[in-house]
Design a protein around this ligand. Structure first.
Ligand code: NDP
Length: 254
């Protein structure tokens, strides 16, 4: 795997915390000379991660870019400003990880603004990022898109109408895209995690830690690293091998 990922260029959205952050570190641990484009809204966390990566491997190249995937104009600007020959044309893997829950109210009570934030980030942002890489990957007939979905996309629950439907959309989008690209060597995959303890766990309850902890009663949640290992595994297969669909639970999650 180290050999296959050696020198590869990997773009991660939502790399400032949780699964995205762990994924960046896992790529570096696996292939120390990997080239990473780390994006999220919080640039300070990305710069900290860059320093941490530097301490793990002096051979890794890291580019930090502030990027709000929910804003199509910001996505356009990001791609326009990304150095062409050094980064854009060498892109091998896109990890569409940025995502959030904003409000778990029932349908009649959820604010329009929260609906828009979830859809614009989890769905439209992911689509816009993917649309930008397809021509780059097609030009080289190579490349991997890994989308982070969720068990929520397969098993919707009350209060999760918006979030769950965004993740169902990620799943359907990924499957359709993989089929559209079967005549190419571009790989498309979705990874659906169950419960993972990250900032997400608290963000979804608008910062209420006691509510967040209650979700994990009787379950030892996964860590960001658990999912990161799978992302790297999927990316690190031989180029003819597509692990198209992965569902990952902690052992006690029913
Ligand atoms: P975190 O809250 O730790 O990480 C979410 C990341 O997404 C952050 O880096 C955040 O960065 C980024 N992000 C949020 N909104 C935007 C935006 N508009 N533009 C760019 N980046 C954004 O949670 P997780 O690591 O758990 O979440 C990662 C993914 O995993 C999400 O897609 C989530 O839906 C999914 N998931 C999580 C599960 C869990 O139980 N934790 C279970 C199943 C799926 P910043 O705020 O700096 O922009």
């Amino acid at each position: 795997v180290a050999k296959r990922l050696s020198g590869k260029t990997i773009l991660i959205t939502g790399a400032s915390s949780g699964i995205g952050r762990a994924t960046a570190l896992e790529f570096v641990k696996t292939a120390p000379d990997v080239r990473l484009i780390l994006t999220a809204r919080r640039q300070e966390q990305l710069e900290e991660l860059k320093s941490e990566i530097g301490a793990v491997s002096g051979a890794a190249e890291v580019l930090v870019r502030k990027l709000d995937v929910s804003d199509p104009a910001d996505i356009k600007k990001f791609w326009a400003e990304l150095p062409k020959e050094e980064w854009k044309d060498r892109l091998d893997v896109l990890v569409n990880n940025a995502g959030l829950v904003k409000g778990l109210e029932h349908v009649g009570d959820i604010a329009e603004e929260d609906v828009n934030i979830m859809y614009n980030t989890n769905v439209t942002g992911l689509i816009n990022m993917t649309q930008a890489v397809i021509p780059l990957f097609k030009a080289r007939d190579a490349g991997t898109v890994i989308n982070i979905g969720s068990i929520a996309g397969r098993e919707p629950y009350p209060g999760g109408s918006i979030y769950c439907s965004t993740k169902a959309a990620v799943r359907a989008f990924t499957e359709a895209l993989r089929k559209e690209l079967v005549s190419t060597r571009i790989r498309v995959a979705v990874i659906d995690p169950g419960q993972v303890e990250t900032e997400f766990s608290v963000v979804r309850f608008r910062g209420d830690k006691s509510k967040a902890d209650a979700v994990y009663a009787g379950v030892e949640p996964l860590t960001g690293e658990d999912i990161a290992e799978i992302v790297v595994f999927v990316a690190g297969r031989r180029e003819n091998v597509v692990i198209a669909d992965t569902l990952v639970f902690p052992s006690h999650q029913g």
